[in-house]
Design a protein around this ligand. Structure first.
Ligand code: 5GP
Length: 139
């Protein structure tokens, strides 16, 4: 069973497509958070960011990089929030990697990305050191 986004790429479900190349695809979100809310995806299905092969990740970033100014200019946005919900616990509903490009406007009532993660943890210096070391050892 292919994802809804694969069905869009295949042309089985209509979408307002704004960009396509060999490996990536971009279209307007059906339930936009702002005018111009765009989704950028790899054409092939990968559920999470770390499932995406290096070459496709490079292509995906290039398409995001290309589309951010295109989206901003098209709707005269002051800025954009550019984000992935990476995994169900983070709010990912469609299990096919997708980058949200959400146009932002002065006074639009939205928040920064810092608003998405719930209560902030109170971490001691040694805990921060341990976490940094754990991440560094895997990076
Ligand atoms: P997620 O919560 O997985 O990060 O975001 C999924 C996004 O896909 C949502 O913003 C939702 O509005 C959008 N979406 C879901 N189904 C469709 C569809 O059939 N067409 C389009 N264009 N967008 C969709």
């Amino acid at each position: 069973m292919s994802t809804i986004f694969s069905q869009i790429v295949a042309g089985d479900i209509p979408a307002r497509v704004v960009y396509e190349d060999e490996t990536t695809y971009a279209f307007l979100d059906a339930n936009p958070l702002a005018p111009g809310h765009t989704l950028v995806i790899p054409k092939d299905e990968y559920e999470r960011l770390d499932d995406v092969p290096d070459d496709v990740a490079t292509d995906l970033y290039a398409t995001i990089h290309r589309l951010v100014p295109a989206v901003e200019e098209s709707v005269d946005a002051d800025a954009t929030t550019v984000a992935f919900n990476n995994g169900e616990a983070a709010g990912q509903e469609v299990p096919h990697v997708h980058c949200h490009i959400v146009p932002r406007f002065e006074g639009d009532g939205g928040g920064p990305i810092h608003a998405v993660a719930g209560d902030r943890p109170d971490l001691e210096d040694d805990e921060l050191d341990d976490i940094a070391a754990e991440i560094e050892s895997r990076a």
